[in-house]
Write a protein that binds this ligand. Structure first.
Ligand code: NAP
Length: 300
């Protein structure tokens, strides 16, 4: 089984590589921009032909949400056209593609959250470019899983928790927005669930008692999921303000957190008010965002 990972140095990609490396003896191939620029179609074709992967995980992307507003062309090149090109080379090699997308494909006006089949309507360039990427994937290849997730944090990346903890060292009081709601998601949990639900059912030749496989969450009752779009996050939701309060509570820092509206922090890209992604397609085992946060903070 040949697994090819794109975006291996990113926040999610580096966790994916770590989680995969600690488990089954896949034949692993992992790349980032320096080894394989996904906007270079010739390089993509050549590497895919050489490896002929069975399963491709694409975590690469242009993720600077505010910069996308001024770097529209780059955003579309990386998040849209390159995603379509990856789907095309997957088709040529008959490889399953698992591609990571985002809550930002929705406008955030539905306060009950978004199902996988709700109609997307992005309100910023990043969301537009990610949605176009989804469309090009579905146009170019049938064997895809598009996994939308939200509010990621993890060990190897600049994230909200690290920003709060840094601020907590110098301030006694901070303002945090409370009119954006979503599910903070720990990259470790997301990677484990992606592997358990989407990848492992393809690893058919490993005996059930393979202890390293079990370590990766091998679940023999998990059948191959139908191709399509999925929503995957830690469970339950909160606002950035609620998230900040919980971070300080768990870190035992006595910081006053004041709820403010988004317009108190004007930014180039608009953010959706509601980023709740509903998983209506299978029994997701991801823990609550509070429990995940506790586990993440235990590293400090
Ligand atoms: N972070 C979130 O809160 C969040 C929420 C929902 C969905 N997502 C999605 O999750 C995925 C992973 O996000 P992340 O937070 O891990 O982002 P990240 O840390 O920015 O990782 C993205 C990786 O892609 C690489 N990359 C950029 N352009 C490339 C190119 N042309 N060729 C090859 N690699 C390239 C980046 O390399 P350089 O750093 O060298 O440019 C980086 O290593 C993305 O698809 C993102 O849209 C993220």
């Amino acid at each position: 089984m040949k697994v090819l990972l794109l975006g291996k140095n990113g926040m999610l990609g580096s966790q994916m590589l770590k989680t995969l490396s600690g488990g089954v003896d896949f034949e692993m191939y992992a790349f980032d921009k320096d080894d394989l620029d996904i906007t270079d179609e010739t390089a993509l074709k050549s590497i895919f032909e050489r490896i002929s992967p069975d399963f491709v995980i694409n975590t690469a992307g242009y993720t600077a949400v505010d910069d996308c507003e001024t770097e529209r062309e780059t955003a579309f090149k990386i998040n849209s056209e390159a995603s379509g090109a990856i789907a095309a080379v997957c088709k040529a090699e008959n490889a399953v593609l698992l591609h990571i997308s985002t809550d930002y494909v929705f406008d955030g006006e539905n306060s009950s959250g978004y199902r996988e089949d709700d109609v997307p309507s992005p309100i910023n360039v990043y969301g537009e470019s990610k949605l176009r990427g989804e469309e090009l994937i579905t146009k170019n290849w049938d064997k895809y899983y598009i996994v939308r997730t939200s509010w990621l944090y993890g060990e190897n990346g600049k994230n909200f928790i690290d920003t709060m903890l840094k601020l907590g060292k110098t301030k006694k009081e901070i303002d945090v927005v409370d009119d954006q709601i979503g599910s903070p998601t720990y990259t470790k949990d997301l990677c484990e669930e992606v592997i358990r639900c989407f990848l492992m059912p393809y690893v058919s030749n490993l005996p059930k008692q393979h202890d390293r496989t079990i370590g990766l969450g091998y679940d023999s009752s998990m059948k191959k999921l139908p191709f399509g779009i999925y929503h995957l996050t830690n469970s339950e939701h909160t606002s950035w303000c609620g998230f900040a309060k919980k971070i300080f509570e768990l870190a035992k820092l006595d910081i006053r957190v004041n709820p403010v509206k988004s317009d108190a922090f004007p930014r180039p890209a608009k953010r959706p008010h509601c980023s709740i992604l509903l998983n209506t397609k299978f029994d997701c085992k991801m823990r609550s965002w509070q429990d995940a946060l506790k586990a993440y903070l235990a590293f400090f």
